[in-house]
Design a protein around this ligand. Structure first.
Ligand code: F6P
Length: 547
């Protein structure tokens, strides 16, 4: 257990944790018939039931107190006011402006950024309509049938999550593909599926300096030329998005096919920006706008609701309660909706790249745990995989279940069964199965006494596993936007409490630098001897098979 010792109100939470550790969720429910009414709320189309958490009114009040002491309300204000809260890079953090449809100006260094944003919306709509209408033509005059997003990290995960979440809204006749990894297997598999005459590549890179994306874009360009596209027609097949318009130009993508991005949009928060062009192409700009509006609704709620009724705050503080006061190490997110299957991968980057930090603004090292390990998947598949560990394993793993009440595909009884399973998992984690219940069941099944004794301990399920149920009606564009924004703001809440900067990512740089060094050695003549023995040995082994 690593409490947030820098905050004096933390001691109350330590005390309350000791009390709650001796309480079972079953008993909390038995003692209070109004628990569901007390610990549920609704915002921006998301209904949240957080009653199955190890909380009572004292805990919730203490969590709010610690958030106040950490100046969370001020931090929320700072974010929306365009303050340079990304202090290590001296940048504002304004992905919220991208989904702001109010008429108020949003200032960065005294300049209103809203007109720039509106211009990009216009341009995104135009490109989308040109592609959909067939007016955008390839080098042989054929309309676009395949779009390929070349991008990685935030230039891939968020938009893919949104696109799959909105599967029922996909336009017909366009196939979408993604190339992220530098592994040549990935792009070669995409090449097999696409047709050079009808393919539009979108090179999405905030920096336009990312190795994977540049290598893949180069490979796509060479492939187009090999397939008969003239140099002068390449512009018909490439659109690029970046803050670095000069680098796009050097790469050879026509200026009229570029879309800008700004340094006040973090990479992992960029699905709302021009990086969302792929989303707009797949679902149409109107639906992309609905996604933005849903996210904007969640922002409004986050900015205006009091802490105790604020969904991202409640979820963020509950995460802190388990990570820092109960010693939990991970957080599972399990969606009972096939269309949300990419959510855990997106949240892994968004949450872990944001809060996987150890240094405070003043340079001191934190003495408590920060960023949880995020993982998850989709129900019911996961019930047949890792739920066993959640139910009977030794670790405390808080779970967010996401379960829409209504399916886009109401086929027979399948959706009620799906929803029943989500509720049942949530209930099983809460109540478990006591030894008394297990024994009674075995006896009723006619088992002899010694078998009852032998089996009972294996069949006991402790329960008392905290979990949230997030229940939208249906995953519409607005709901998907609200859900993604809710998790972003939850991450900000936690970063504020942990006193880390959720908006930089210096930790990933070392691997990139060493990657260049190792690559040089793989390509150099002779044996490598100047690195550590493991790197030398493995470089030389690679060379043995690639000389
Ligand atoms: O992995 C580091 C990172 O900088 C991420 O933060 C980012 O989303 C990703 O690389 C891709 O960056 P870019 O959009 O600049 O190509």
């Amino acid at each position: 257990m690593t409490p947030l010792s820098h905050l004096s109100s933390s001691s109350k939470l330590v005390e309350l944790q000791e009390q709650m550790a001796g309480t079972h969720l079953r008993d909390l429910f038995a003692a209070d018939a109004g628990r569901f009414d007390k610990y549920t709320m609704e915002a921006a189309g998301l209904f949240l039931d957080y009653s199955k958490n190890l909380i009572n009114d004292d805990v919730m009040a203490a969590l709010v107190k610690i958030a106040e002491e950490a100046k969370l309300p001020e931090a929320i204000k700072s974010m929306f006011s365009g303050d340079k809260i990304n202090y290590t890079e001296k940048r504002a953090v304004l992905h919220t402006a991208l989904r702001n449809f109010d008429d108020n100006p949003v200032l960065v260094d005294g300049e209103d950024v809203m007109p720039k944003i509106r211009d990009t919306h216009k341009r995104m709509r135009e490109i989308t309509e040109q592609v959909h209408s067939g007016d955008w033509k390839g080098f042989t005059g054929k309309p676009v049938k395949h779009i390929v997003n070349i991008g990685i990290g935030g230039s891939y995960l968020g938009l893919k999550t949104a696109i799959n979440a909105l599967t029922p809204y996909h336009v017909e006749g366009l196939e979408h593909h993604y190339v992220a990894n530098i592994d040549p297997n990935e792009i070669c598999e995409v090449f097999k599926k696409i047709d050079p005459e009808t393919t539009l590549f979108i090179v999405a890179s905030k920096s336009f300096g990312t190795l994977e994306t540049l290598q893949n874009a180069q490979a796509a360009r060479s492939w187009m030329l090999e397939k008969g596209c003239a140099e002068t027609d390449i512009r018909k097949h490439f659109v690029a998005i970046s803050t670095n318009l000069k680098a796009i130009d050097q790469f050879g993508i026509a200026q009229e096919n570029t879309l800008p991005l700004w340094d006040w949009v973090g990479g992992r928060y960029s699905l709302w920006s021009t990086i969302g062009l792929m989303t707009s192409l797949v679902v149409g700009f109107d639906n992309f706008e609905r996604l933005l509006k849903g996210a904007g609704e969640m922002d409004k709620h986050f900015a205006e609701a009091p802490l105790e009724k604020n969904m991202p705050v409640i979820l963020g503080m509950l995460g802190i309660w388990y990570q820092n006061y109960f010693g939990a190490e991970s957080q599972a997110v399990i969606s009972y909706d096939y269309f949300l299957r990419d959510l855990p991968s997106h949240l892994q980057q968004m949450d872990m790249e944001s809060n996987g930090k150890r240094t405070r603004q003043d340079g001191s090292t934190v003495e408590y745990q920060t960023g949880a390990v995020i993982w998850g998947g989709t129900g019911t598949n996961d019930q047949h995989a890792y739920h066993q560990l959640i139910h009977q394993g030794t670790r405390l793993i808080p779970v967010d279940f996401i379960a829409p009440t209504t399916s886009h595909n109401p086929l027979g009884e399948q959706h009620p069964w799906l929803f029943a399973n989500a509720l049942a998992q949530s209930q099983a984690m809460m109540q478990g199965k006591t030894e008394e219940e297990v024994r009674a069941e075995l006896i009723a099944a006619g088992k002899p006494a010694e078998e009852v004794d032998a089996l009972a301990p294996h069949k006991v399920i402790p329960g008392n596993r905290p979990n949230n149920m997030i229940v939208p009606e249906k995953v519409t564009p607005e709901v998907a936007g609200a859900l993604l924004a809710m998790y972003e703001q939850k991450v900000y809440v936690q970063g504020t409490l942990w006193q880390v900067n959720p908006f930089d990512q210096w930790g990933v740089e070392l691997g990139k630098v060493l990657g260049n060094q190792v690559y040089d050695r793989l390509k150099a003549e002779g044996q490598t001897v100047d690195q550590d023995s493991s790197t030398n040995g493995l470089v030389n082994r690679f060379k043995q098979f690639n000389s």
